[in-house]
Design a protein around this ligand. Structure first.
Ligand code: PLP
Length: 386
């Protein structure tokens, strides 16, 4: 089969934008600030592991940038989400409402708590949890028993709601928060992809009890591997710190632990890298915004639809995405782009289609999620500074 003009033009455009003749990666990290300086300093200090000044400094920098009162650094974003769910009160045997369209980490973290996900639909424009679907599920499928919201089908307690801000585009979090309040359900945001995304003046991840960030190598900024819990609640932050540091009771020399904790603390070495990267974040964000504007302009009068910033929010434009006509066109684009050295990836498979989650409840056919899982691909999105 020969290439269609659609894919040929797109390949030409992407090569022009990135000025690259070899492989154009989907997303590369960039290190053009104080990374080596802080890392060298960290190594010279010998405090490379679980003690050291960079962890606290990095937590303070992220708290200041996001406007969170408290930030607790972790080994990765999945661990941050796991702890956020635990401090929200998610327990074994509970159920947690989330979206079927997400990276596997969301459902893994729910499973680590011994809880089971329930899948409700996403909105078509932002690919995040649909407040309409959430309200209908809660009104039609649950009953209140005392303080608890019980799933009529399973008889299980629903102990939290976990939306995700897909590719950095904020979902309708104000509406979701309002519904959670009406039903007295704790809200935990998977904000792993949305560092730098705001709704009004508030950073994503700060609408409910807590939010989880990720600093994996492919995210907007990286610590190698890393994550963070952000929250405005002091006692939750203290509890998160305790659980991520083996639940150790402070003492000059004794080992005392008062519950089963986790070794989830971010090493000082990773935090040193994070301090340098967070200094570059404003630069990364403006480069991302410029790149997205070019994609948006390019797709304006074409058949493929660019997934753009919602009008109610400010996106970090972490990963650019387009929606195609159907599954066969999606396959065609993926083949042609990747064969030409332009890295392009399909959106995730739906969580309830995976063997570990195929027993989980799916509400009302998740039509939007099914449709988008067959249409959306990501395009090269690296920042172009440095
Ligand atoms: C990246 C990511 C996470 C966390 O991933 P880690 O690799 O553990 O840092 C969680 N949820 C979503 C949606 C993500 O994209």
């Amino acid at each position: 089969m020969t290439m269609s003009t659609d894919t040929l033009e797109l390949i030409k455009f992407i090569r022009e934008v990135f000025g690259a003749s070899g492989i154009v990666p989907l997303h590369e990290p960039f290190f053009c600030g104080n990374e080596k300086k802080y890392l060298n300093d960290c190594i010279d200090s010998t405090f490379v592991s679980s003690v050291g000044k960079y962890v606290t400094q990095f937590e303070e920098m992220v708290a200041e940038y996001t406007g969170a009162r408290y930030a607790v650094a972790t080994v990765n974003g999945t661990a941050a989400l796991h702890i956020a769910l635990l401090i929200a009160g998610v327990k074994g045997g509970d159920e947690v409402i989330t979206q079927p369209l997400s990276f596997i980490a969301t459902c893994n973290a729910i499973s680590y708590c011994g809880a089971r996900p329930i899948f409700i639909d996403v909105d078509l424009d932002n690919l995040g949890m649909s407040p309409g679907s959430l309200r209908r599920f809660l009104e039609e499928e649950t009953i209140r028993e005392g303080q608890a919201i019980i799933n009529k089908k399973s008889g299980k307690k629903i102990s939290s709601v976990v939306p995700m801000h897909t590719f950095g585009h904020p979902c309708r979090i104000n509406e979701i928060k309002k519904i959670c309040d009406e039903f007295s359900l704790p809200l935990i945001e998977d904000a792993a992809e949305s560092l730098g995304s705001f709704i009004g003046n508030k950073h994503s991840g700060l609408f409910g009890l807590a939010g989880a960030l990720s600093f994996n190598g492919n995210k907007i900024m990286t610590t190698g591997g890393g994550g963070m819990i952000i929250t405005d609640d002091e006692s939750l932050a203290r509890r998160a710190k305790h659980l991520t540091t083996t639940a150790k009771v402070p003492h000059k020399y004794e080992f005392a632990h008062d519950e089963v904790g986790y070794n989830y603390r971010m090493p000082n070495l990773n935090a040193a890298l994070g301090c340098a990267q967070v200094e570059l974040l404003p630069k990364f964000l403006s480069s991302k915004r410029d790149l997205a504007a070019r994609y948006s302009q390019y797709f304006r009068d074409r058949d493929q639809e660019f997934i753009d910033e919602p009008d109610y929010a400010r996106s970090n434009f972490w990963l650019n995405a387009i929606s195609l006509k159907n599954k066969s066109e999606m396959k065609y684009f993926l083949e042609e782009l990747n064969n030409s050295g332009i890295q392009s990836r399909p959106i995730w498979q739906l969580m309830p289609d995976l063997p570990m989650f195929d027993v989980c409840q799916v509400f009302d056919g998740i039509r939007n999620a099914r449709m988008m899982a067959d249409r959306v691909i990501n395009l090269p999105s690296s920042v172009r500074v440095c």
